[in-house]
Design a protein around this ligand. Structure first.
Ligand SMILES: C[S@@+](CC[C@H](N)C(=O)[O-])C[C@H]1O[C@@H](n2cnc3c(N)ncnc32)[C@H](O)[C@@H]1O
Length: 230
């Protein structure tokens, strides 16, 4: 993976994994994915419209639709396979729609009360993503970004590294996930997404809050769009 821009890995990670994603994310995070997504949702204040950036198979999108049944919810993703799965799994919801878009070149001609996202920051350019979020966000609208992070504590770091060695071996039995299990820890270790997104948002006058979860293995960064921003 050396010297690769994380976005280049997206087709390899998500090319053939849509049908098994929901089970894998729950199993590999020991169910914490559910808790982390609930923490995202707990931060949202009665929105009329929500954008789920990089919605994948729509796990977070459906949770949002359940929690805010009167809100209009749009999920966007760069992977057609993941979007197909999201549409299939969300057919009973009348307040969700899905669109094929690249978050780094987002162009929806719409503004939202909340833009949230789980597991996209590390793959994207912070400057581009923040700029696009600002363009698509109403004043006082919320931006909530969640992703993995590399723990700081020495003991937790050792456990985290050993866990990914284990996942790497598990890849033998899950060939479509083998590459992601091998490369994901490198992406997480080398990413400083929390710092760079916080800095980018602060440049645009957002007051950013940061929540560290599960021994710092996961982080939520959140802020509201100030009236002063373009
Ligand atoms: C780990 S999955 C997360 C899916 C979902 N957010 C969740 O939490 O279950 C990452 C998703 O990000 C999407 N993705 C990565 N880069 C993207 C981009 N630039 N624009 C839109 N989607 C992107 C991938 O296609 C994939 O569906």
């Amino acid at each position: 993976m050396t010297n690769q821009y994380p976005k280049d890995l997206v087709p390899y990670f998500f090319g053939q994994t849509a049908s098994t994603y929901d089970k894998i994310v729950l199993f590999t995070t020991f169910g914490k994915d559910n808790y982390w997504k609930n923490e995202i949702i707990n931060k949202i204040k009665s929105p009329e419209s929500i954008l789920d950036l990089a919605c994948g198979t729509g796990i977070l999108t459906r949770k949002l639709a359940k929690k805010f049944p009167k809100s209009e919810i749009i999920g966007i993703d760069i992977s057609q396979d993941y979007l197909k799965m999201a549409e299939k799994n969300s057919s009973t919801f009348s307040n969700i729609s899905f669109l094929h878009q690249d978050a780094e070149n987002l162009n929806l001609d719409l503004k939202f009360d909340c833009i949230c996202s789980s597991y996209i920051p590390k793959y994207c350019n912070p400057e581009k993503l923040v700029k696009n979020c600002i363009t698509h966000l109403n004043y006082n609208g919320q931006i909530i970004l969640h992703d993995f992070s590399y723990p700081k504590n020495k003991i937790i770091k050792k456990l985290w590294n050993s866990y990914f060695v284990f996942l790497n071996s598990l890849g033998i039995f899950l060939p479509t996930w083998k590459y992601a299990f091998a490369e994901l820890p490198k992406v997480i270790r080398s990413s400083n997404w929390v710092f760079s997104y916080k800095q980018e948002l602060e440049k645009n006058d957002f007051q950013v809050k940061v929540q560290y979860l599960t021994w710092n293995s996961s982080v939520i960064l959140y802020a509201e769009k100030p009236q002063s921003t373009k």
